[in-house]
Design a binder for this molecule. Sequence first.
Ligand SMILES: [Zn+2]
Length: 316
Amino acid sequence: MQKNWTRGKQQKEMSLMTVNLLTSEICCPLCGKSKAKVLSEMDSFGFKVRYYLCQTCGFVFQNFRESAAADPAFYEETYRQLYQATEEPTAKDLRQQRLRAEYQLDLLQKHGVCRLWRALDIGASSGTLMQTIHEAYGAEMIGVEPGNAYRKLAEEKGFKLYPSLEQLRGSETGKFDLVTMMHVLEHLEDPLGTLNEIRTHLLEDRGFLLVEVPNFYAHDSYELAHLSCFTEHTLSEMLKQAGYKIMHMRKHGYPRSETLDLYLTVLARPENEPEENVAIIPERFVALKRSLSTLKRHLLTRIMPGKTWLPLEEKA
Ligand SMILES: [Zn+2]
């Protein structure tokens, strides 16, 4: 007992040392500055998850190496399971994907995407969005999906998929006139770098980028695999930093809520002549806005539960 306690204490001290060591090196994924304070701490899938608020630009993010430092092997396994969704997709999942795909197609069609020849879906899941876009535009569709079970489902629909962006870039040389990323950006270690990479290597000059992420001012957002938390402001600033011009930004709860704007969906295009070193406009009062939105979510959940959380399954 004593021995276990001592070992536990030593482990805790060691992980604290690691955390302290890493805290000094924390770098904001949006502005790159190392001036961040802890905003919130919680347990997620057995790990202490800590979110930082950048004191320079207001971006909220995890330094995921901290969680990994506590138990690297277990973290790797848990994170991979969460990120790659290795389990079989459920009927509930597939229904949500179908509703989302219809919504996203509507957004593309209403905001000037008239013709598409070749589109790429990063985080393609079961290929529902690929199929919806293919049916509407007749475009050639390629996907990236790390989860084996989901990738197989998308391949069964007749599409070409790669397990990673690196593998795609190793094999495909042509560019795309649409790149979609639904609930992917918040999982990436370097979201800004990936957006830059998409613009410079994958997207046609006159192409479109469609991105959806959880909205930090409505969605809980806190979860081991969510490395970044986006607001309307910080998502816009990150897209600008990566050389995109925003065509349309939609805050909405579809298909989960009628009262809460749980998601941010944005349609953007590469800037014709992206400027170097665009100044970031900092977001202010992030912690206060988060507290107020959490309060609103709790109130609406209590007052209007039926409209605030729509059923995940079809009504019988
Ligand atoms: Zn920052």
